[in-house]
Design a protein around this ligand. Sequence first.
Ligand code: AMP
Length: 498
Amino acid sequence: MPMQPLFSTNPHDDDGFHEECGVFGVWNATDAAALTALGLHALQHRGQEASGIVTLSGHEDDRGSFHQHRGLGLVGDIFGDAKVMAQLKGRCAVGHNRYATTGETALRNVQPLYADFEFGGLAVAHNGNLTNAGTLKRTLVRRGCLFQSTTDSEVFVHLIAISLYSNVVDRLIDALKQVQGAYSLVALHNGALIGARDPLGVRPLVLGRIGPAENGAYVLASETCALDIVGAEFVRDIEPGEVVIINNDGLRSIQPFGRSQGRFCIFEYVYFARPDSVVEGTPVYQTRKRIGAELAQESPVEADVIVPVPDSGVPAAMGYATESGIPFELGIIRNHYVGRTFIEPTDQIRHLGVKLKHSANRAMIEGKRVILVDDSIVRGTTSKKIVEMVRQAGAREVHMRISSPPTTHPCFYGIDTPERAKLLAANHDVEEMARIIGADSLAFISLDGMYRALGRPGRDARNPGYCDACFTGDYAIPLTDLADHPEREPALLAANGQ
Ligand code: AMP
């Protein structure tokens, strides 16, 4: 078998460079492992490839011990076994769901990562993507660090290990100051549960509480839907650049980077977050409906029926239908027992996945002028298949409406997108795209329309308030590793002055 290269030359072929994922942590609760498994189950949409939980028993004194279990597959399959759960003792835990990308799927990459340090054990779970992980990794390897996995989250572990600070929080902050990129992380050691968000707060992390304010339990999670499932009350979002330390004395907050405006990922509203979550104070479901309404105002077309591409297109299609007065029908039925199309790594399987996933509901489509609503076009694979399927089911006209602006740029901050060469909108104008996907017309929400749906007057270029690099190419965090390989995305690097 060929050796796995230490540093991949293609960021999209290396599972260490683009991780979406869900994280969960709890401090001082009965059944911490079960709560974490439930939280991870609610965050299953953020990653279906693998999952892990590390618990801490005996947190009341300094002699706590850690227990861990990781597996490949879905949360229910990995943690559905009573024997596994019984081993995960203790009142404190952290957990992680891993998103499948191309590249190596190995147990050694499944988080939380755990290591024994001078100060005791530490488990780390991370959502996001470090843009200088490769550069840091090279330096660390030269200094003698032995990497056990190919995930960039391990960079945190080595930076903490070699830090000259004495306590774990200072060591973690020392590590955070060296990494660039997007991260929401939860970490557990003998004395505390720690949560941290990158200085721009690109990836989400929320704080919740179970039980009374005095001696209740604290919960950290990627999204509020994970608080709901464990009966935790939402307290607040962790702020951009904030580090929270939760222990038996309560919660302490540090802002090691100073306060900043933040650039939360706009694509979480488009596609990634669960519709029942509230992120950064804005409910995802209502936002998606408002985007649909804006889209109906911006790009109306005469039609008989609005059909969402399920599930991601549903709220926007509802908003479009209400605004336009055209009836909403489930003209496409989704089979829920197949993973998201993106999960399968090869193009061949991805094509097959689309067919397995959606079927036309002929009675709602035959002889009709159909408006299809989906959340995004990335490669165009899904739209092309769906349009063809709807035509085969007898549609008279097929109009495609997309509830995000054209995805013209890859994400380097944690959302899985291919390089520019594979992004349909990076290489074709809207008219050409309509022809390629076979639609009678195609329209995307405008960038300003998207910001209006988020309650702003439009996009303020000096202070957008969101990371929208996938639609604008405005990358707010340096793309350090990419700059080492200018051949990959030369135009993109030049546009960003790198
Ligand atoms: P494509 O078929 O490549 O054009 O991908 C577009 C479809 O994939 C849309 O239906 C989206 O709902 C979905 N999608 C968009 N972004 C992602 C992502 N990062 N991960 C998984 N699915 C996605």
